[in-house]
Structure formats: structure tokens, C-alpha cells
Design a binder for this molecule. Structure first.
Ligand code: FES
Length: 272
């Protein structure tokens, strides 16, 4: 067996062409800590978001809407003052309205280059860490079905921009009070603003975004504007992992905040 078409040999580090080292690996540090923490963090988010997405309640506390439920496309959405309750999906939809829209942010994150690394390591041990061989006998990378579908990431990016635009609109509506008058600011306004800032930073730091902005050019000297923008996106891109986590936490915090206020467990402090 030789490396076919540039891929690793079928039996990885145990292949006859590799040095016969009896130890499973030579790393002496706590290499397992990072994938373990990653898996625990992602699992916690999956449990929380599954609960909230299926709940279908307590997602709107005027003027705040949970990011899990926006845009709210179904007829069964609660009425939101000037908000994103679009009612474009008829009354035949009886489940939680969040389930109609979560596919977009979920698809974006599931196919994200960083999250792929995170869950391949954390959940599939493929490989668990640098220089630690994976337990699987074969490795085909992302060249075959189903993982070849990860290539749809670039298209999810466009949807992610759309969703970020809608969440920005929601955050702006946070400056109106429950009766629709402008000039309000509560703790919820700040929570939604912080969340949308992190969502934008994460979205714009996307590798696909970087390619859209600065890729496929023969030379930058003829495209000074794109070069400038590519520099900005590249600076964000260097922090993509941190932004992925920060925005994951912020979206859960924003949802939980709206849940607390909507369910009456907490009343939103108002600054003006
Ligand atoms: Fe992570 Fe695109 S690479 S969002």
C-alpha cells in the first residue's frame, strides 16, 4: 500500500514504510486535555440548544427576541412588535419555530473549518491531537461521501451573513421599549449588542469569507480595496477559533437572557 493520490497510507503510522516505534505515540504532555475540553464544551452547547430549540416558548420578551428564534418564520410565532415574526410558513407547522431556521447557523458551524477540527478531534479522535495516531484503520480525509459535503460551507456563509443581518435588526430593535418607543436601553439591549458583535466577528473571520474577499486574484496591487479588506478579514481570521467559542457562548447567553426575562424569572434592568 502506498499513499494514493496524496493521501496517507491505509494503515497510517503503522504502515511498513514508517519507523517501527512500539509506543502508541511520543507525546509526554497532556495532549488529551484540549480535545476533552472541546468535546465537553460542544456537548454542553448541544444539550442546551436542543432543549431551547425544541421548547418553542419564552423566546420573546419585548423588545428582545432570542437569536435561536430569529427570523421567526412560522405562523405559530408569538407576535413581535416590528420584529422578525414573518409568518411565511403556514399553520401546518406545529413544531417549535426555531427548528425552521436553526439549520442555517447549525450548518454554518458544523461545516466550519475550525469546528471540523474541533469535533473530529474531540468526538472522533481523528486524530485526537497532533502526533497522536488515530485509532481508525483507514483515513480518507474529506474526499468521499459524506464528508465531502463539508464543501457546502462556502454556501452556508451567505446564509450566515443573512442571519447576522437579521440579528443586527433585532439588536437595533432592542433600543425601543416594550411599547415600540425609541430611546430605551436595558441590560438586554447590551446582551443582544454584544452577541451580534461577536456573531459578525465570527462570520467575517470565516475562511470562506477570506477567500471571497481576497481570493482568486492574480495580484493585489491592482485591487487595493480588496487587498485592504483582505487584511482586515485576515486579522480576524487569525482569531477564528476564539471567535467561534466566544460567539457560541454569547448566542447561548443571549437566548438564556431572553428566556429568563420572558419566563418572568428575571426582570430586565433598564438604564434609560
Ligand atoms: Fe469557520 Fe467559515 S471557516 S465559519
Amino acid at each position: 500500500e502506498t499513499a494514493a493520490a496524496g493521501h496517507a497510507p491505509a494503515r497510517g503510522v503503522h504502515h511498513s514504510t514508517r519507523a517501527a516505534i512500539p509506543a502508541p505515540h511520543l507525546r509526554a504532555d497532556r495532549w488529551w486535555l484540549s480535545p476533552a475540553v472541546t468535546a465537553a464544551g460542544l456537548l454542553a452547547f448541544v444539550v442546551y440548544s436542543t432543549w431551547r430549540a425544541f421548547a418553542g416558548t419564552d423566546y420573546y420578551a419585548a423588545p428582545y427576541v432570542s437569536p435561536f428564534y430569529s427570523p421567526c418564520l412560522a405562523d405559530n410565532c408569538v407576535e413581535m412588535k416590528g420584529g422578525a415574526d414573518w409568518g411565511v410558513v403556514g399553520s401546518w407547522w406545529g413544531l417549535s419555530p426555531a427548528l425552521l431556521v436553526l439549520i442555517f447557523p447549525l450548518g454554518f458551524r458544523l461545516t466550519c473549518y475550525y469546528y471540523r477540527k474541533a469535533y473530529y478531534r474531540g468526538f472522533w479522535a481523528s486524530p485526537p491531537a497532533c502526533a497522536v495516531p488515530e485509532p481508525h484503520k483507514k483515513y480518507s480525509g474529506e474526499t468521499r461521501f459524506p464528508l465531502i459535503l463539508q464543501n457546502v460551507h462556502r454556501y452556508f456563509f451567505y446564509f450566515a451573513v443573512l442571519v447576522a443581518g437579521i440579528l443586527t435588526y433585532d439588536a437595533v430593535l432592542g433600543f425601543r421599549d416594550a411599547d415600540g418607543a425609541w430611546g430605551h436601553m436595558g441590560l438586554g439591549t447590551l446582551v443582544l449588542l454584544a452577541n451580534i458583535a461577536l456573531i459578525w466577528a465570527y462570520t467575517l473571520s470565516c475562511h470562506s469569507c477570506r477567500h471571497i474577499v481576497g481570493g482568486r486574484l492574480r495580484n493585489f496591487s491592482k485591487h487595493p480595496v480588496r487587498y485592504r479588506m483582505w487584511g482586515w478579514v485576515s486579522a480576524l481570521n487569525a482569531r477564528h477559533m476564539q471567535l467561534a467559542w466566544a460567539s457560541l457562548v454569547s448566542v447561548a447567553v443571549a437566548d438564556f437572557y431572553v428566556f429568563l426575562v420572558a419566563s418572568g424569572a428575571f426582570s430586565d434592568p433598564r438604564f434609560f
